[in-house]
Design a protein around this ligand. Structure first.
Ligand code: ADP
Ligand code: MG
Length: 317
């Protein structure tokens, strides 16, 4: 018996909500959600297309993980607390094994962050998955890209570049699956929800790094009407990356690799050291430069300006 659309939703995506603010979830025409008083609703949506954002043979768990994680990363970058998600699925067929594994990956991330799946849409077509994630934040404390001021210190969390190196290993055939730590980073990147919350009302600007550190820094600077000095000597390079790649390759991965979903943010210089020490207790972070008045990103190595090529990923470039 082929799986019908209704059965498919019931079997894989209709689960009891872990949240009391879901007044009505999957099953009606739309979801009914209670936003806490005094908070702004924060909304983000991201689509993954097979063959473009995920590989045809990617483990379905990783696709389920990724599609929710990339959206939660956008909420993290706003300082928001995630709450709900809607899932739009386009599938070539109702492959029960693929769906079960995809749902397992998705609900694992959802459970970890207390997110309820409250609705969606299911159609036949090429394999394309879209999540719309909703959360909330007190509006005055929301993090934006545009608040960085000259003199603010520039930070990045974690280990940018690892996911891109994992993807490169997969594409070159050097790594077969998720047993490789870099490939695991690519398939199962963790959204920086806790860091985003901790930066509320403290960071002057923030964004998540999805298309490469250098290109995304350019976007933060442009939004802030400022520029930045980026100290290449200070870039975080993980031991795993160093073990497998030359210094030059490592830098390229860190500057231009996407899919890490680390946070890039700025702190005002007054009190930054104390705050940095506090934040570093729960999340690895590195000060990598400073915001400047002149537009553009200036890369420095050993105190000397250097030219670095490679912007971010652009679908239409
Ligand atoms: P409608 O025709 O009114 O759009 P659907 O038949 O598309 O209704 O969906 C029925 C219910 O199932 C709705 O509550 C919808 O939000 C939910 N739903 C559909 N697809 C999914 C999915 N992939 N994941 C979660 N919920 C879904
Ligand atoms: Mg529908």
């Amino acid at each position: 018996m082929p799986l019908g659309e209704f059965d498919l939703i019931e079997r894989f995506f209709h689960r009891a909500s872990p949240r009391r603010d879901v007044l009505l979830g999957v099953g009606d025409d739309a979801a009914l959600l209670a936003v806490p008083p005094g908070q702004a609703l924060v909304a983000a949506t991201d689509t993954l297309v097979e063959g473009r954002h995920f590989l045809g043979g990617a483990p379905p768990e990783s696709v389920g993980h990724q599609v929710l994680a990339v959206n939660l990363s956008d909420l993290a970058a706003m300082g928001a607390e995630p709450a709900w998600a809607l899932l739009s699925l386009s599938l070539p067929d109702a492959d029960a094994d693929w769906l079960q594994r995809f749902a397992d990956g998705l609900f694992a991330v959802a459970g970890q962050h207390g997110v309820a799946l409250v609705g969606g849409d299911t159609v036949r077509g090429p394999r394309v998955v879209t999540i719309t994630a909703l959360g909330f934040v007190p509006p005055a404390l929301a993090l934006r890209r545009g608040g960085a001021r000259p003199g603010d210190l520039l930070y990045v969390s974690g280990w940018p570049g690892e996911a891109a190196a994992g993807l490169a290993a997969l594409l070159s055939g050097a790594a077969a699956d998720g047993g490789d730590p870099l490939v695991h980073r690519y398939f199962f990147a963790e959204p920086r929800i806790a860091l985003g919350r901790a930066l509320r009302g403290r960071a002057t600007a923030a964004m998540d790094v999805s298309d490469g550190l250098l290109g995304d820094l350019g976007k933060l600077c442009a939004a802030s009407g400022a520029g930045a000095r980026l100290d290449l000597d200070r870039l975080p390079v993980s031991d795993e990356l160093l073990r497998r790649h030359s210094r030059v390759e490592c830098e390229q991965f860190v500057l231009c690799g996407g899919d890490d979903y680390e946070l890039l943010f700025t702190l005002p210089p007054a009190g930054a050291q104390l705050l940095e020490a506090e934040l570093a207790q729960s999340t690895a972070l590195r000060r990598i430069g400073v915001i400047e008045a002149d537009a553009g990103v200036r890369c420095m190595r050993g105190g000397v300006p250097v030219n670095v090529s490679g912007g971010g990923y652009d679908h239409f470039a």
